[in-house]
Design a protein. Structure first.
Lengths: 264, 235
């Protein structure tokens, strides 16, 4: 009995702390009128939701998805061979490569992105989609290379050795044996990278300004203009991919991938 | 690729922090010392308070979850992992705004928002560390009459101390370098977080050199944390 009460109390506290701020997004997105000093909105309605669906909200969403697809494809094209090499081959500088792919996680990103923006101005990349794709690739490659290295490490090298013994070349053994076995890992890595790109804010704000607006930047602009309802609707939309992933993939994703999520 | 978009700009910003109009100088650091010293301590204070708050919640919660597994609470604790930083900043702003006026843009509000976001990561790392501890230790402690509180304090925390240290370093340096949460929480007058200073110095004043020097201060602060992390990871 006491145990039941303790559990109910723990659940109530956790629900308030975690769900509270998220629920307030829902309240705000539905608040048509909410004056300062009032504890609760005076009028609820779907006005802002319908405005979003018809308005200028779809363009940042579309652009964000296009950028995320390009980033995902490019990142995996580079990370799959690199991850395989890091997992299987020992070459000089291997540790340095791994270290280089940790650095963006360890360093504050904003000053680096500010510096990149300045270089991009010189190269005509600032304010362009290509510039934003490049800046997203930094974080994307970190996620992709580390997950792909872990994935290939988990595959028994004996399987490829068997293929070599049967006369397959290294490339053939990679394409015919290792890569098919790594498919679930590649998919998981692609999902991570896609969501990272979709939610990326700092690099997009710096490099993309003022021409490339994705959803997080759109949300920031709305909240700066005190359009808190529009920002709240956007915030809820931005949470959808993560929520789907949380519900669907928690059992499939290893916790080491989850750690990467904390960096979003 | 990484070199072009990360390592090169990183090097360029370090170099720029020691030059002004092409001449090597320490003037940028003098500006940082003169104008931003308070913000450096403000940032360190918020990161320390945020880290302390994160673990003040995560350690008892994970100790309790280690002693008796309870799926729903564990699920809720991991939710912040999946909520992007910008969304957390906005959510906490509109959550605290109407019901706790004055808190949202203050240092407490920022520390609370940072702690909320990092609760997911802390819970993930703490639960992993606590679950790696063999059940026999827990049973032995229980046989001596220890409740969940004693169990957490005297068995789980000491045994998981290295993991807790790594997790707190990771979270502390992430908070130090946080940009989107303080940006979304709003900019009142007074002290600012370091990364906000970098952004405005670069974006509004167009003063890249001083922004770079502020950035280098951030690198150095994060570097100490990163060294601990790397040593643990490569062991």
């Amino acid at each position: 009995m006491t145990r039941l009460i303790v559990r109910a109390a723990a659940l109530a506290v956790a629900a308030f702390v975690i769900v509270g701020p998220l629920a307030s997004l829902v309240v705000w997105s539905l608040a048509e009128r909410w004056t300062t000093g009032s504890a609760w909105p005076q009028r609820f309605g779907l006005k802002y939701w319908s405005r979003m669906l018809s308005g200028d909200f779809l363009e940042p969403l579309r652009l964000g998805i296009v950028i995320a697809v390009i980033v995902t494809v490019l990142a995996l094209l580079m990370a799959v061979p690199l991850g395989y090499a890091l997992a299987r081959l020992s070459f000089p500088g291997r540790a340095a490569v791994l270290l280089a792919f940790l650095m963006p996680q360890a360093f504050p990103q904003l000053p680096v992105f500010a510096s990149a923006t300045r270089e991009f101005y010189r190269w005509g990349l600032a304010g362009t989609v290509s510039g934003v794709v490049l800046v997203h690739l930094v974080g994307a490659l970190v996620f992709a290379v580390w997950t792909m290295t872990a994935v290939f490490r988990a595959i028994d090298p004996a399987l490829e050795e068997a293929a070599w013994n049967l006369g397959a070349s290294t490339t053939r053994a990679f394409l015919g044996v290792a890569l098919p076995l790594a498919t679930p890992g590649v998919v998981a890595s692609a999902v991570l990278v896609f969501l990272y790109s979709l939610d990326e804010f700092t690099g997009t704000l710096l490099v993309g300004a003022p021409f490339v607006t994705t959803l997080p930047v759109y949300m920031y602009t709305a909240s700066q203009g005190y359009e808190l309802q529009i920002a709240s609707v956007t915030a809820l939309v931005l949470m959808v991919p993560g929520a789907v992933l949380l519900l669907l993939l928690e059992r499939f994703l290893k916790s080491e991938y989850l750690v990467f999520f904390g960096q979003l | 690729m990484l070199g072009l978009v990360f390592l090169w700009p990183l090097a360029a910003s370090i170099l720029a922090s020691f030059t002004r109009a092409g001449q090597p100088t320490l003037a940028n650091y003098e500006t940082v010392w003169r104008l931003y010293l308070r913000d450096v301590f403000y940032t360190l204070g918020i990161a320390a308070a945020g880290t302390a708050l994160t673990f003040a919640i995560a350690i008892p919660a994970c100790g309790w979850l280690r002693a008796r597994a309870f799926g729903p609470v564990e699920f809720l604790l991991k939710v912040p992992l999946f909520v992007p930083f910008v969304v957390v900043g906005h959510a906490l702003r509109v959550f605290l705004g109407p019901w706790a006026p004055g808190l949202a843009g203050s240092w407490t509000g920022i520390a609370v928002a940072l702690a909320w976001k990092h609760l997911g990561l802390a819970a993930l790392l703490m639960l992993g560390a606590f679950r790696a501890i063999d059940d026999s230790y827990l049973e032995a402690a229980r046989n001596f009459g220890a409740g969940t509180g004693r169990l957490t304090r005297d068995v789980l925390v000491p045994m998981a101390a290295p993991s807790i240290a790594v997790a707190s370093v990771l979270i502390f340096s992430s908070m130090l370098a946080s940009f989107s949460i303080p940006l979304m929480m709003g900019r009142g007058g007074g002290a600012q977080m370091l990364m906000i200073d970098v952004y405005y110095r670069f974006g509004q004043h167009g003063d890249f050199e001083t922004a770079a020097a502020l950035g280098v201060v951030g690198y150095v602060l994060a570097m100490g944390a990163a060294l601990v992390y790397l040593r643990r990871l490569t062991r």
